[in-house]
Design a protein around this ligand. Structure first.
Ligand code: AMP
Ligand code: MG
Length: 609
């Protein structure tokens, strides 16, 4: 069994493996100059015996290391070496060693040793040596270099062990055709298969796809005033009725003149002062300049502006300083350079935020046509669930789910209908659900949908709607009910408070964004929370076969990269983990765990929470 190998570099790594005595080092010593002749810059990593040393007793570096320096870096202008004392009880980690390589200085890393790792390797085999093959039990062998008499499978690239030039050609070819592995997101909607009828557990991606297929964008639109447009979604492209800026104007307080006059290097005669909101009607003549303020229209005859601090003024004369650095058109903002008249200023499906509202205002738009906001009805179920503000009865808990759901839905620009806590009684539930579906685009409940749940909600839903009860391969948030009650979409979220939030973010959020008419012209997975790559600062436990959504805390570390650690205890009822965290760490179904230093993806909360 070979261990998985993650290449942390953006250049290829190619191993050479063989039983000892085959002549690995001899070959590499001949291969390296051949590769250099072919223009390849090489790094080599070699596995060594535990007691190797590169230093010499008596040298300063040796003595200082022996005196206790854990790392010793010795450097001159031609060479440097870093020696690190590691007291490991097993082989050093190849990814860790690779990170020491300066990948911008070499084209490929050749690795000698590390036979057990699943990195791409060339097997060296000498028949006379009488040793077994490696490729028969290691599918990372990309080629075998052997002698004439050796039998090899037809599908394996065969090289001549005694023809170094041929092996060098193969390495060059390998380096040139190598591509960094494509990054896949932990939840990959594009490659999720359609669920089979009766399938027991659904992947998160299958669940999201299935939900998105049932959702269509609201078609009703309304005109809304600028001040009330925040977080609404544009129903049609916004075409600019004007140029922004309207006039070619100055970006500086300074002096405006014709660039062609600069060469004369004589003072200009200042004919006028142009203030923002005013104009100069005449044409500025050769030898003339205007004093001009930021935002003031540039008069005819002027094409260049020099900031005031680079000018010397005496009465009505201005002399330009540092004329060599003046460029034609400097500090002039051209009419329409931000947005030209008849351009699409904002496209249909844009969610309007502060920047978009400012832009609409800059076009003079006082209203915009937006998609009607989705209406979301929310209720909680369960005999133990009590209203905050009331005295908590024995064995009960306060209803937190309704408040997290409402807050998240509001952030997504929805109207809310709060149906409160509905008692576990068939008639009450039926009435509430029918009433909710008549008023709302989406009805969301929490609790009562897990397997073996005694709650009435499942029975009622089965009667009045078409609801699927799913088990999603995820933690937290396994149970999920999704379907229709009349024309409304229904979500039955789990009961546990963290599971509710995680399920909302993964499943309800995309549905609400799509329903609201949001469109992302570029994003491959529109409506989905954003993924940001980060480096795990600690071992993170998961389990293959389910997606894990750990609450995490990310920060920018001293290396300038985003690092993340878990918030600690991860109980699905512990809302405090959502409060202390600032992201979800999303671990793919295929991963059993993430080791410290390994890349992971996070979903920052900033999107919605
Ligand atoms: P259930 O899915 O109904 O079995 O609920 C799972 C867990 O979530 C139980 O511990 C419930 O007490 C809890 N729970 C259910 N609804 C709510 C709610 N609205 N607020 C807080 N916790 C809840
Ligand atoms: Mg319950």
């Amino acid at each position: 069994m070979s261990c998985v190998f993650n290449n942390p570099l953006s250049i290829p790594v190619l191993g050479f493996c063989a039983y000892s005595g085959t002549g690995k080092t001899t070959l590499l010593k001949q291969l390296i100059p051949e590769l250099n002749r072919r223009g390849l810059r090489l790094a080599v990593i070699k596995h060594a015996h535990h007691n190797f040393d590169v230093d010499i007793p008596g040298k300063d570096s040796y003595e200082m290391r022996k005196a206790g320096a854990k790392q010793m870096l010795v450097a001159s202008h031609v060479r440097w070496a870093l020696m690190t004392e590691d007291a490991l009880d097993s082989d050093p980690s190849l990814p860790h060693l690779l990170k020491q390589i300066e990948a911008d200085k070499v084209d490929i890393v050749l690795v000698e040793g590390f036979k057990k790792l699943a990195l791409p390797k060339i097997e060296l085999h000498r028949a006379s040596h009488g040793k077994p093959f490696i490729h028969t039990h290691d599918d990372n062998i990309v080629a075998i270099a052997c002698c004439d008499e050796t039998q090899t499978p037809a599908e394996l690239t065969r090289l001549d062990l005694n023809n170094v030039g041929q092996i060098a050609d193969f390495v060059v070819q390998y380096q040139q055709s190598w591509q960094a592995p494509k990054v896949t997101l932990p939840i990959d909607l594009a490659s999720a298969e359609t669920p089979q009828p009766g399938q027991q557990g659904l992947s998160v991606a299958q669940g999201i796809n299935h939900i998105l297929n049932q959702v269509s964008a609201i078609t009703e639109t309304e005109m809304v005033d600028l001040d009330l447009l925040d977080n609404r979604v544009l129903a049609r492209d916004c075409i600019s009725p004007v140029n922004v800026p309207q006039h070619t104007n100055s970006a500086m307080d300074g002096y405006g003149f014709a660039y062609s006059d600069v060469a004369a290097a004589t003072p200009f005669y200042v004919v006028a002062e142009v203030l923002a909101g005013h104009g100069y009607d005449k044409v500025v003549q050769p030898g003339e300049a205007v004093r001009i303020m930021t935002g003031a229209p540039v008069p005819q005859g002027v094409d260049t502006i020099q900031p005031r601090e680079l000018c010397d003024t005496q009465n009505n004369q201005v002399t330009l300083l540092d004329t060599a650095s003046i460029k034609l058109g400097q500090h002039v903002r051209l009419a329409g350079e931000d947005i030209a008249v008849n351009d699409v200023a904002l496209s249909k499906g844009t969610r309007l935020g502060a920047a978009e509202l400012g832009l609409l205002a800059s076009l003079g738009c006082y209203q915009a046509e937006v998609v009607n906001a989705p209406t979301v009805a929310v209720f909680s179920t369960g005999d133990e669930v009590s209203q905050p503000g009331e005295t908590l009865k024995p064995n009960c808990i306060y209803d937190s789910n309704r408040y997290t759901i409402k807050a998240m839905a509001r952030k997504l620009g929805c109207n809310i209908i709060d149906l409160g806590i509905i008692e576990d009684n068939e008639a009450a539930l039926t009435a509430a659900l029918l009433q909710a579906s008549a008023q709302a685009d989406i009805v969301i409940s929490s609790g009562g949908v897990s397997v073996g749940n005694a709650d009435y909600i499942k029975a009622v839903l089965a009667k009045i709607g078409q609801i699927n009860f799913w088990r999603i391969n995820m933690r937290p948030g396994r149970p999920l009910a999704v379907g229709k009650i009349n024309d409304s979409l229904f979500f039955g979220l789990p009961g546990n408070p963290v599971a509710v939030m995680v399920s909302f973010l993964q499943f309800v959020q995309p549905a609400l964004r799509k329903m609201a008419g949001e469109q992302s012209p570029t994003g491959e997975q529109p409506w989905q929370p954003r993924y940001i790559p980060a480096i795990a600062d600690e071992f993170l436990r998961s389990k293959t076969g389910r997606s894990e959504f750990l609450r995490g805390i990310y920060h920018i570390a001293a290396d300038g990269q985003v690092h993340v650690r878990s918030t600690g205890a991860q109980g699905s009822g512990m809302l405090s983990s959502m409060v202390s965290g600032n992201c979800l760490i999303v671990i793919a179904e295929k991963d059993d765990h993430i080791v410290q230093g390994q890349p992971v993806f996070i979903q920052p909360f900033a999107d919605v929470l």
